[in-house]
Design a protein around this ligand. Structure first.
Ligand code: AMP
Length: 629
């Protein structure tokens, strides 16, 4: 049986591992007999490593030597220091994966060497790469990194097909994933064996832990009011409170009231004190109402990003243990006006989907394709500091986009390809991914060289950028290896900021475009004057000079309308004069007009060669590299 591929949901609070057996995805239990592997690593004073539930149990009483939520640091330089030894997030994650691998092997009775691991859809390249590295350190060959919502849909997609054989219909699904520490909303299309994520949004600091904390705070407050003892400073008491709070929360998902009883939690001069309170679901929901409200904003953002309306959503999937709370389900029902699906255990669904992807890769399950989306747009810097996007935010991955660019100056032999990620109009406001130069471009007038820039985004979300000079075939490229380190907050922040600054950015971009056009027109006019020499009449020469001077003057100002108008005047003047000059070539007479004929090729006449695009000539589509070298 060797060679089976497991699916691993490497979670912030808990991890789960699954495998497809006999066409069914089944979850593999830990050595402790639980299907959840707490993503916790502890180091005992004697140097022993504690992983999973044993580590979780001692977490509050041994916080300095316990690592929790390491997933938040994946892909960063963050280090964990224990006894003067430093551990990277990859190494800590690898310890969790190692435990999963060992337990799975013991349970299955054969070696586990290959895995599909899931990550949040918003994970950047470096976070994906770090996750992959963690697998490698743990002795696993990571065949694919897939997005968590995609995995959830894989689990449902397969179920659907095997249950009713319906594979022709497309469904739009909203995945509502509320785990222990994070909240993610994704909008996914499923149909005909296809799973496609259309948009994602979320809050990386909202999860079951916050609900636990509210119960804890309440207990501490009540206890203080009753006995005037503050439990905050007592670590052991805090550990017991935390466990009791989570248990109470879980009970309140099924019952309307629960008793929280912690004997001997504290003591004072009058003797030992016992904590004993009744918590009703109503009270619990009142304590946490604002947390439920916080779920709304990301849900709305994902909807608006996808361009869909509530009516387009056919199904809402509940993923993550915290979706067992009745208040969460009520919120989903009221937001989407339908009953959410809970057919698959919300803790297991992601790992089960990952296992299915493993089975697809192993050829055991056929007719299933995966498509995911990018969380931020990708592009390059062009003249005037403008950010020109090649791959738009929420594009499906893997994908590849090519556009033709040219030089901004005569004789320019070097261009710099500055790769960026973000949503703002100007390069400086976006995240730089890296830059490289394409050299030895044959000297030519500006606008003539054709430089093909390609962005390739692979299935794991890793970016390759190349630039090719079409004349010589010279090519340069980079792989974005140690790129963004963008956290979820940064992604969210960048998207929000882009919306806030949209008007301002659009203005600056417009200004940049107008000034760029003016410069090109002046340049062209001066060239033309030189080239035509004698064939231009003195009046025409004067008219052209005047137009150029006027435009130069207006460019000193901030009056964009005037610059645009004077550019147009210069362009028209030039057009008439050059037409005239060419006509006079034919007739031998200087100054004879020939309406309608234009032999001058202007940059605007060039078209973009984007694949399948038949856009008309438009200088917006035609990128110019800044002068370089
Ligand atoms: P996950 O990260 O998806 O494993 O979710 C873990 C979170 O789900 C933790 O905060 C758990 O306390 C919470 N959870 C698990 N079961 C329940 C339940 N029945 N009711 C409320 N929360 C739960």
């Amino acid at each position: 049986m060797a060679g089976k591929i497991v699916g691993i949901d490497l979670g912030t609070t808990n991890s789960v591992v699954s495998i497809v057996e006999g066409g069914e995805s089944v979850v593999i239990p830990s050595a402790e007999g639980d299907y959840l592997f707490p993503s916790v690593v502890g180091f005992s004073k004697t140097g022993e490593r504690l992983i999973g539930s044993v580590a979780k149990r001692q977490a509050v009483s041994n916080p300095d030597r316990t690592v929790i939520s390491i997933k938040r640091y994946m892909g960063t330089e963050h280090k964990v220091t224990i006894d003067d030894k430093q551990y990277s997030p990859q190494e800590i994650s690898a310890m969790i994966l190692q435990k999963i691998k060992t337990d799975a092997e013991a349970y299955l009775g054969f070696p586990v060497e290959q895995a599909v691991i899931t990550v949040p859809a918003y994970f950047s390249d470096s976070e994906r790469q770090a996750t992959k590295d963690a697998g490698t350190i743990a002795g696993l060959e990571v065949l694919r990194i897939i997005n968590e919502p995609t995995a959830s849909c894989m689990a449902y997609g397969l179920n659907k097909e095997s249950e009713n054989g319906d594979d022709g219909k497309t469904e739009t699904v909203l995945v509502w994933d509320l785990g222990g520490g994070t909240f993610d909303v994704s909008i996914v299309e499923i149909g005909g064996g296809l799973v496609e994520v259309k948009a994602t949004a979320g809050n990386s600091h909202l999860g079951g832990d916050d609900w636990d904390q509210r119960i804890m705070d309440w207990l501490i407050e009540e206890f203080k009011a009753k006995y005037n003892i503050d439990l905050h400073s007592d670590r052991l008491a805090m550990q017991r409170l935390k466990e009791a709070s989570e248990n109470a929360k879980i009970k309140l998902s099924a019952e309307t009231s629960t008793r929280i009883n912690l004997p001997f939690i504290a003591a004072d001069s009058t003797g030992p004190k016992h904590l004993d309170f009744e918590l009703t679901r109503v009270k619990f929901q009142a304590l946490t109402a604002d947390l439920i409200e916080q779920c709304e904003e990301p849900a709305k953002r994902a909807m608006s990003d996808s361009g869909l309306s509530i009516h387009d959503i056919n199904k809402v999937l509940l993923v993550g243990g915290s979706t067992r709370m009745p208040a969460v389900q009520d919120k989903v029902r009221s937001l989407f006006n339908k009953e959410p699906s809970r057919e698959i255990d919300p803790d297991k669904v992601v790992a089960m989907g990952a296992a299915i992807q493993g089975a697809v890769l192993a050829g055991e399950v056929k007719d299933m394709v995966l498509l995911d989306v990018t969380s931020l747009s990708l592009g390059i810097e062009t003249v005037g500091g403008v950010f020109t996007k090649l791959i738009e935010r929420n594009s499906h991955i893997p994908c590849s986009k090519t556009r033709i660019f040219t030089t901004a100056a005569d004789g320019q032999t070097i261009v710099e390809v500055h790769c960026l990620q973000g949503e703002r109009e100007l390069a400086a406001h976006n995240k730089s991914l890296g830059r490289f130069e394409l050299r030895n471009i044959p000297p030519a007038p500006r606008g003539v060289p054709q430089i093909e820039v390609t962005f390739d985004l692979d299935a794991n979300g890793i970016v390759n950028v190349s630039a090719k000079d079409m004349a010589t075939g010279n090519k340069q490229k980079i792989t974005i290896q140690s790129p963004t380190n963008l956290s979820r907050e940064e992604v969210d922040h960048m998207v929000k900021e882009a919306a806030v600054y949209a008007d301002e950015d659009a203005k600056r971009r417009e200004e940049s475009t107008i000034r760029n056009k003016a410069n090109i027109e002046i340049d062209t006019a001066e060239h033309t004057m030189r080239d035509l020499g004698e064939r231009i009449t003195p009046e025409h020469s004067r008219a052209l000079r005047d137009s150029i001077d006027r435009l130069r003057m207006s460019m000193q100002s901030f009056d964009l309308q005037k610059i645009a108008a004077d550019t147009k005047t210069l362009s028209d003047t030039l057009f008439a004069i050059s037409t005239d000059a060419y006509y006079s070539l034919e007739t031998g007479r200087v100054g004879a007009g020939a309406p309608g004929s234009s032999a001058l090729k202007r940059p605007e006449d060039r078209i973009e060669t984007d694949e399948g695009s038949e856009e008309p000539a438009d200088e917006e589509l035609f990128g110019w590299f800044d002068k370089k070298g």
